[in-house]
Design a protein around this ligand. Structure first.
Ligand code: C2E
Ligand code: MG
Ligand code: MG
Ligand code: MG
Length: 285
């Protein structure tokens, strides 16, 4: 039997793993007090009409500013919030903040537009998502058609019956439903048939290289064709260049979201952005 070499790859791997585990555990603990400590805030990324470049709405994107960890990406902390169950109170807070901000903008005379809010599977599992949405809309005075809820294929996969029931109640009330990251999950096509969707979001992984990648372009064409057949709106995520926007428009994509138009903005920045976009139009109207 050869002697295990000290300081080899195995030991290095263990140190690395425990450091990462330690960070995750510290982060999870900190996440418990993030709401109470006022460390969470929303950013807003504009969504643009491909035809006239008008803003049609914003996607609300959650941010966590922690004194020790700095600005933590939702890609890192949303999974922690999901496994710990913290996504339930945090998700409710996001919904309220997002609806409140949109109602404020509408009252200030901006619009017509809507706010898109991301939902996690866990929020569908708790039976009271529908009453929560109703209560939030009532409390913030936002009309249902100004709210769009973004779900993913993984949500649709779990508890299909229950999810479908909640989605039906929501759309009956006029809330819009979007399928986020479309094409990256499983068995997308059956959801188009059974679910009351309004919008398909083309994931940025397909948009990133589609100008040089025929397979990505083929997927984008297929998603746009599906959206037309099922009479759904279609929005491309991650649009970063003019060339991408032009080609997407030629392919029939109706709406854009991406750094070409704007990065996610704080509420203050987004208001200034809206004033620049719509202020002139309002003055000359
Ligand atoms: P998502 O819902 O697919 O959101 C789009 C992501 O793409 C955002 O990342 C946005 O900043 C980024 N993005 C937008 N345009 C561009 C672009 O032109 N180029 C590139 N490279 N990226 C672009 P973000 O804000 O880091 O959010 C990541 C994910 O975290 C979201 O993906 C969503 O799944 C999740 N998330 C964010 N906020 C919430 C929330 O309030 N609740 C839940 N459940 N999930 C959230
Ligand atoms: Mg989204
Ligand atoms: Mg997405
Ligand atoms: Mg995505």
């Amino acid at each position: 039997e050869p002697e295990p070499k000290p300081g080899g790859n195995v030991a290095f791997y263990c140190v690395e793993t425990s450091a990462r585990l330690c960070r995750r555990m510290k982060m999870l603990q900190a996440l418990h007090t993030a709401l109470a400590n006022d460390e969470l805030f929303l950013c807003f990324q504009p969504q643009i009409d491909a035809n006239n470049h008008n803003v049609i709405g914003f996607e609300a994107l959650l941010r966590w500013q922690h004194p020790e960890f700095g600005l933590v990406s939702p890609v890192e902390f949303i999974p922690l919030a999901e496994t710990s169950g913290l996504i339930i109170p945090i998700g409710a807070w996001v919904l309220t903040q997002a609806c409140q901000q949109m109602q404020r903008w509408l009252e200030e005379g901006f619009g017509p537009m809507r706010i898109a809010v991301n939902l996690s599977a866990r929020q569908f599992e708790s039976m009271d998502l529908y009453p929560l949405v109703c209560r939030t809309l009532a409390e913030t005075n936002l009309a249902p058609h100004h709210l769009e809820l973004e779900i993913t294929e993984s949500i649709a996969m779990q508890n299909a019956e229950q999810v479908l029931g909640i989605m039906q109640q929501l759309t009956d009330d006029g809330v819009m439903l979007a399928m986020d990251d479309f094409g990256t999950g499983y068995s997308s096509l059956s959801y188009l048939k059974g679910y009351p969707l309004n919008v398909l979001k083309i994931d940025q992984v397909f948009v990133r290289h589609f100008l040089d990648d025929e397979s990505d372009e083929a997927i984008i064409k297929a998603i746009i064709a599906l959206s037309q057949s099922f009479k759904l709106a279609v929005i491309a995520e991650g649009v970063e260049t003019q060339a991408q926007a032009e080609r997407l428009k030629a392919l029939g994509c109706q709406y854009f979201q991406g750094y070409l138009f704007s990065k996610p903005l704080t509420a203050v920045q987004a208001t200034l952005w809206l004033e620049q976009q719509q202020g002139l139009a309002n003055e000359t109207a």
